[in-house]
Design a protein around this ligand. Structure first.
Ligand code: HEM
Length: 537
């Protein structure tokens, strides 16, 4: 069930106080025993000692001692809201995904925006990528579109993700910085990973300091698949376009806001929804087939690349409206579990090696973070459609499945009672032909790391280009090891001379030779070989 919705004028009306709290309720223990005194522990005489017998004290302290759960390993700092996705254009010819079958169809949604690197208490206006995760409670299960506000990513292969995150997070020997990329480990890593160059350009642009969550785009990043009722599939990329427009702040503004109000983005989203100024995004798609994909020099399975909207315009199919703030930050914002693996009939994966790794990672981390296999039963994660399976028991089981025959197939539940897989309407993975030798080398189609970075830089106005140069200059000026700066500059010569020389001027250092770039741009070599070339000169 959806938690009770409250609006400002409902609050305090009748017996209900704010958010469903009632007047005149009795204070109890967790097991319901009404308390005679909640503020004093049971003691001997006037001055103690305190008695172990005080079950009310132990009940209270035991729960308090266990209030914290681990913060997310990335995207720890976030803020959420509830909303509705409305279908603007039915597309059953492309996909049988439940939200897009009928114009006007509404699907409940929950959105969590986040920064990536900072810890739970870090400031909102860090120069960082923003997460844009949307859970859609469809009639055919929960579909999560776990995206970012940047259309590309730092790495091509999921196995690099732990390295990337270790480099981005606060340095392990110092514990800082909590929220920014201005430090040696981050720049060291990206200087050795040319595939991160395109994303780096976006990160140093105004995009990464949005004015608020309401003024930023969202992207699914990966190429996914749409599948229609006949089993025909096409490639699809997802885009969220803010109807408020796209707005950012400049770095000096971000610094001031972070100091004055580190919760600025949280407050902004809450205030907008609470006052009825409901934020909206159009959901658009870029749909294409294999033949179209083959025309590009790059690979559509490579998450460091985008498909230019000039080449393939975004087609708007739905609109998301956020209309309800969270009632409880822990129950909703912290306990929500998004994952790319949460798909519904009509949505399927591609062989993007980043996406395939993500499909493993989210479920895995949530078992640890949420502490139980049964986190799908938490109200924010529970589907709004019927759920029936043969999973049972486990920690915190609150939704025991009924019936004697708790396995498949079984004859004890009877045809009309037991759940049966539905071969026609149930989820069927797209039939794909896969073949080839097992190997770790990346395909040659993943090798170009600079063309789209260059296109991005050139597409910016003069002012925006200067902001990018200044951002690189500022961040690199904080790097202590000069060899790292040199490598970054040498890599950026591959993007644009103006970019590299502009940054060198800001830093007051000479422009290095292109040969000082760290890693050969060939990706037909295993990384160990590439690095040994670098180390051996
Ligand atoms: C959160 C893994 C790439 C978007 C997370 C979490 C993990 C993770 C472990 C924490 C989840 C939790 O505790 O519930 C990975 C891996 C990646 C990857 C292994 C690459 C191999 C990406 C990419 C995007 C993305 C490319 C964007 C398209 C997000 C978002 C969240 C998140 C938005 C926060 C979800 C929330 O608000 O709860 N990721 N991630 N990640 N990731 Fe990724």
């Amino acid at each position: 069930k959806r938690p009770t919705s409250t609006t400002p004028d409902q609050r305090g009306a009748g017996d209900e106080l704010h958010q469903g709290v009632k007047r005149g309720e009795r204070l109890t223990t967790a097991t319901g025993t009404p308390l005679g005194d909640g503020q004093n522990s049971l003691k001997v005489g006037d001055r103690g000692p305190t008695l172990l017998e005080d079950f009310a004290f132990r009940d209270k302290m035991f729960h308090f001692d266990h209030e914290r759960i681990p913060e997310r390993v990335v995207h720890a700092r976030g803020y959420s809201a509830h909303g509705t996705l409305e279908c603007l254009e039915a597309i059953p010819d492309l996909t049988r995904a439940a939200p897009f079958q009928r114009k006007g169809q509404e699907t409940e949604a929950f959105v969590r925006f986040s920064t990536v690197a900072g810890n739970l208490g870090s400031p909102d206006l860090a120069r960082d990528v923003r997460g844009f995760a949307v859970k859609m409670y469809t009639d055919e299960g929960n579909w999560d579109l776990v995206g970012n506000n940047i259309p590309v990513f730092f790495i091509q292969d999921a196995t690099k993700f732990p390295d990337l995150v270790h480099a981005v997070k606060e340095e392990q020997d110092r514990g800082w910085p909590q929220a920014q990329s201005a430090h040696d480990t981050f720049w060291d890593f990206v200087s050795l990973m040319p595939e991160s160059t395109h994303m780096l350009l976006w990160q140093m642009s105004d995009r990464t300091i949005p004015r608020s969550f309401r003024f930023m785009e969202g992207f699914g990043v990966h190429t996914y698949r749409f599948v229609n009722a006949d089993g025909d599939d096409t490639f699809v990329k997802f885009h969220w376009k803010p109807r408020q427009g796209l707005q950012s702040v400049v770095w000096n503004e971000a610094l001031k806001i972070n100091g004055a109000d580190p919760d600025f983005h949280r407050r902004d989203l809450y205030a907008a929804i609470d006052s009825g100024d409901l934020p909206q995004w159009d959901l658009g798609v870029q749909v294409f087939d294999e033949a179209f994909a083959d025309e590009f020099d790059f690979d559509v399975l490579d998450s460091t690349k985008l498909i230019p909207e000039e080449v393939l315009p975004v087609r708007v199919i739905a609109r998301l409206t956020l209309d309800r703030v969270v009632d409880n930050m822990f129950a909703e914002n912290e306990q929500v579990a998004f994952g790319t693996h949460n798909v519904i009939p009509g949505i399927d994966f591609t062989n993007d090696p980043l996406l395939q790794g993500r499909n493993f990672s989210y479920l895995d981390t949530q078992l640890k973070r949420l502490g139980s296999t049964n986190f799908t039963q938490l109200p924010v994660n529970a589907p709004r459609c019927p759920v029936r399976h043969f999973q049972r028991d486990g920690h915190m089981q609150t939704d025991p499945q009924l019936g004697r025959g708790n396995y498949e197939p079984n004859s004890l539940s009877g045809d009309d009672r037991g759940p049966r897989a539905d071969v026609v309407h149930g989820y069927q993975s797209v039939v794909r032909q896969e073949q080839g030798p097992t190997r770790r080398l990346r395909a040659e189609s993943f090798a170009d790391h600079y063309s789209q970075a260059r296109q991005f830089f050139i597409s910016q106005t003069d002012v925006e280009q200067q902001h990018i140069v200044n951002a690189f200059g500022f961040e690199l000026s904080k790097v202590e090891d000069p060899r790292i700066r040199t490598r970054v500059l040498a890599n950026l010569l591959n993007v644009h001379d103006d970019l590299a020389s502009g940054i060198a001027t800001v830093l007051g250092v000479p422009l290095p030779a292109a040969s000082e770039a760290a890693v050969p741009t060939r990706t037909d070599l295993p990384e160990s070989a590439a690095l040994s070339i670098q180390l051996n000169g």
